[in-house]
Design a protein around this ligand. Structure first.
Ligand SMILES: Cc1ncc(COP(=O)(O)O)c(C=O)c1O
Length: 394
């Protein structure tokens, strides 16, 4: 039976890791996989994580199961990052620990399908490549619209509103909370308000993918748009990832928060989320949850974590500004990167140009032209700019 399977193409970004490692060019630059890197190209374990792990190793007295919604102390510790310390939502929020942000997106999509078998999800393009197969595997119909006009390097807000106007009640709308992947281009707060009001008027359900909280401006500012949606839309789903902001990538830790209209539906929502989690993995792994909980509940650990996160964010923003200061290179206006946020920028390059940069100049990026700015340092930016100029020669 298994012989019916045809080999699928491998992940184009993960495939770059091996190619990069095998490249002998000392000037090579890795702008591919979306993980934070320091000035030396390393993705370190945060010091706050190391301290939390040492404490957990010492204090953990049982590894018995938690329920399908995971470690409740973790959910209590993370919720204030999303909703603020004194959340007016508290009675309406249902939380579930998930297997990374991806797990949260998956549960959210399945929950939407449980509520509405006919639901479509509106996804702006370009987006994180995993969104589309993930939502479609969960049973959502995919409807796409152009979010970002790559050629002109700007958000197509009119196009977005026009597309969402044809949404139906019970459809889901995917939004990136901040640090849009792959473009770095976020809506401004007035645009968020317009989108939120349209979603509310249409009776649609926002799903806010929050994978980079703290890596745009700071922890407080990066949830402002999300909180604005919560204040204007009666029901919302939030997929929160601790992969990037805690540097816990392979520990697979995230959370799904579902905000219902009122507290009354909470236990029904919770029971369905737990059921969906149970059917896939029964209960989530605890290590990442224990680490995040230890950090957020110990003032000294939390202070250290915030300072490390601020340092990473400042480094990314500094690389962004340094690259932006080079202005126009061929048809690319690097200056537009200066007002964008997060680890990513989308360069308007053809696949041929991306391949040429990789094969001839040892610069590795996603086939879409997405670059991870954390792969830059002050010494390799001039080489990148000169390489772009070569690739862009007409
Ligand atoms: C936009 C976006 N959403 C979700 C995720 C998933 O994160 P996680 O590794 O926590 O599953 C990523 C990871 O790159 C992402 O970029």
């Amino acid at each position: 039976m298994l012989e019916v399977l045809k080999e699928l193409p491998s992940d184009s970004v993960l495939g770059l890791i091996k190619l990069f490692a095998a490249d002998p060019n000392p000037q090579k630059i890795d702008l591919g996989v979306g993980v934070y890197k320091d000035d030396h190209g390393k993705t370190p374990v945060m010091a706050a994580v190391k301290l939390a792990e040492a404490r957990i190793l010492e204090a953990e007295s049982s590894k018995t199961y938690y329920g399908s919604d995971g470690n409740s102390a973790f959910l209590d510790a993370v919720a204030p990052l999303v909703f603020g310390e004194a959340s007016p939502m508290s009675g309406r929020v249902v939380g579930c620990q998930t297997v990374g942000g991806t797990g949260a997106l998956q549960l959210a999509a399945k929950l939407a399908v449980t509520c509405n078998h006919q639901a479509a999800i509106w996804v702006g393009t370009p987006t994180w490549p995993n969104h589309l197969p993930l939502f479609s595997a969960a049973g959502l119909e995919i409807k796409t619209y152009e979010y970002y006009d790559a050629e002109h390097q700007k958000i197509n807000f009119d196009g977005m509103i026009k597309a969402l106007q044809s949404g139906r009640a019970g459809d889901v709308v995917l939004l990136h909370a901040c640090c849009h992947n792959p473009t770095g281009a976020d809506l401004n707060i007035d645009q968020w308000a317009e989108v939120a009001d349209l979603i509310a008027a249409k009776g649609m359900l926002p799903l806010i993918d929050s994978a980079y909280i703290g890596l745009g401006h700071n922890l407080e500012q990066d949830v402002k748009a999300l909180q604005l949606v919560l204040s204007r839309v009666p029901e919302t789903m939030i997929a929160f990832s601790c992969s990037k902001n805690f540097g816990l990538y392979r520990e697979r830790i995230g959370a799904l928060f579902v905000v219902g209209k009122d507290g009354q539906s909470s236990s029904a929502i919770k029971s369905h989320i737990q059921y969906l989690a149970r059917t896939v993995y029964s209960t989530p792994p605890n290590h990442g949850a224990a680490v995040v909980t230890a950090i957020l509940t110990d003032p000294a650990f939390k202070k250290l974590w915030v300072s490390e996160l601020v340092e990473s964010t400042q480094r990314i923003n500094s690389m962004r500004q340094q690259l932006a200061s080079h202005g126009k290179v061929g048809q690319i206006d690097l200056a537009t990167l200066g007002s964008q946020k997060g680890m990513f920028a989308l360069l308007p390059l053809s696949v041929t140009q991306v391949n040429m940069l990789r094969d001839e100049l040892s610069i590795y990026m996603a086939p879409s032209g997405r670059v991870n700015l954390a792969g830059l340092n002050k010494d390799n930016i001039p080489y990148l700019v000169s390489a772009l100029a070569k690739a862009l020669v007409p």
